[in-house]
Design a protein around this ligand. Sequence first.
Ligand code: ADP
Ligand code: MG
Length: 729
Amino acid sequence: MPLRFKAIQNLSTNPEIKVDGSARITGIFGSNVFTIKTAREFLSDEAYKSLLSSIRSSQKIDRSMANQIANGIRAWAESKGVTHFTHWFQPLTGATAEKHDSFFTIKSDGTPIEQFEGDALIQQEPDASSFPSGGLRATFEARGYTAWDPSSPAFIMEIGQGKTLCIPTIFVSYTGESLDYKAPLLKALESLNKAAVDVCNYFDKNITRVSPTLGWEQEYFVIDEALFNARPDLVMTGRTVFGHTSAKNQQLEDQYFGSIPERIYAYMRDFETESYKLGIPLRTRHNEVAPGQYECAPIFEEVSVSVDHNALLMDVMERVARRHKLRVLLHEKPFAGINGSGKHNNWSMATDTGINLLAPGKTPKTNLMFLTFFVNTIKAVHDYSDVLRASIASAPNDHRLGANEAPPAIISVFIGQYLSKVLNDVKERVSDKMDETDETMLKIDIHKSIPELLMDNTDRNRTSPFAFTGNKFEFRAVGSSANCSNPMTVLNAIMAATLKQFKKEVDGLIEKGEKKEIAIMHTIRQYIVDSEKVLFEGDGYSEAWTKEAEKRGLPNVKTTPLALDAMVSEKAKQLFESNTIFTHSELEARHEIELEKYIKKVQIESRIMGELATSHILPAAIRYQNLLANNIKGLKESGLKETAYSNQKQILEKIAEHISKTSDLVEKMIEARKICNNMENTRTKAIAYQSQVKDVFFDEIRYNVDKLELLVDDREWYLPKYREMLFLR
Ligand code: ADP
Ligand code: MG
């Protein structure tokens, strides 16, 4: 029996997976994490203090302490049944990487022992050669090593019966180039910290540290494993390259926030439990708009930890799904015709004095501080919208951005009517010849016009790629499968650069004799004027906005290969170099890697399309074609009038037409691919893959195949259909 039918049959006999979700979350939360509290228990005073200061200052661990700390971590891990350890890192492949070593070793005299040395904790040398380096290795002949990042705590990953101690690390080359997502992120966060503290000190001298915060919202699809396995395109690419939309999809909107199906609910509780043990503070779960689509979100955390937690969660979700004979689809657009999946990045900045810099304050002074950070964010997005766009560019996200349900590729900022009015007031009331009375009036007025609580749910705009939502900005254009590091590196870097510039300008005015508050207000006003055109309150999905944005001169780059150009522009090089985040060669390397990723993804999709068309679709269509042809022949031979088989003939004609178009297009697509593959320049090749392979053939082939799906006898069709994947569970 073909897999499709077996899968459908098995659905009703799926065993129920027992999930123990009865434990109180506080009872298990962080139980697999080497927290500060655990450290207190397992480390000597000296080692504990050294670890703590490394965490606080994001500094490397002191070598002399490393052995002691490693011993403590091993003792803790062994008390939980751990036998192996690994450096856990986030290479530029997009997945997380690990290579397990056991604590077990044999001493020179032959004695078997268990040990974990400081050196192994601090640094490891994975075989770097098979991770992407974008030519960096060739240029510098650099070997790579992983180094412990103490800002993110060690944890124990349970896989089946095995337990592994994971040390979060960064991955760099011996000549210092970053080879992962995490290292540049840490640099960007540090850069933001410095710039933001400087600006904060205009208002409050007690602030000595600013930590950006991130709370992501993870959207995903879940489908039955057997149905998944019967779809080679899902297995290979994470999305369906063919499939006619089902009679019912999301038009009734009956799934959004609806009750969660039992089997999915068991899965959610199971992966939530695993996540809690790992210290991932998941908070919400619900059905999303599309059938089979769901979302979860945690309580926000400091960016670096939050990024790790999202990467870990994606890993956990995939593993746990298999336990339930389910598959989670993290792809941005697994199914055509229904919503895709995003990963909204909610972002703000918190001071070590406990203030959220994007939340309006209680006093005129804190409100001016809020306004400063608020306007600087808008200015940053305005000045670097192209770099921000590049940070979320990927082959799968291209299917989503600008499609009906997702924010457009045009980066704009939504702030709501309240704050729009405030900015307008500032723009109008602050004049060049401002005097002290103006200043007091303005401060009081601003205070009055910014309510303490801005979280007004009626004033929300779901169509904006970058929206202010009361006490944070929500970057909505991030794709569901993305590692948050990239967008977070860029967002924090552009914010750091903008704040530095802001400080320079304010200090300039102060030097000229202006009062501090006046200098700040003037600069804020200037920034509002400079960045106004990036503000947009209307419907981001509308045709009218595309036109309006063009008039305003806002970039609208729809495809990844072109969007990535902004990573290596002079402006980007200057931005990243002056904030010591990327050198020019690191940027070039990353650009190259992203382009290569794009090429490979489109290439694989194109191959699987050709393969499926040739070995699945056409044989099914031809089988049915023969059946019809024989039927017509039989009817004709028995002397019936043509009206007796004219319907069959019509169907046969249509089938024949779609068969020939499909096979013809597949041939031509293979030819087009060959031309692309011979191209030397990576950028040219990526553009060619997009414009000559994807754009020319994908929709066209799909159109014909999807037509065949409707025409061919259901019993001859071996690929699970949309209605089965989306509605059966
Ligand atoms: P929504 O209505 O978009 O679902 P929520 O208020 O439920 O918004 O929050 C969504 C996400 O925003 C959550 O992950 C939450 O942790 C995060 N969030 C809230 N406040 C902040 C903040 N100050 N910094 C970063 N993320 C935040
Ligand atoms: Mg949201």
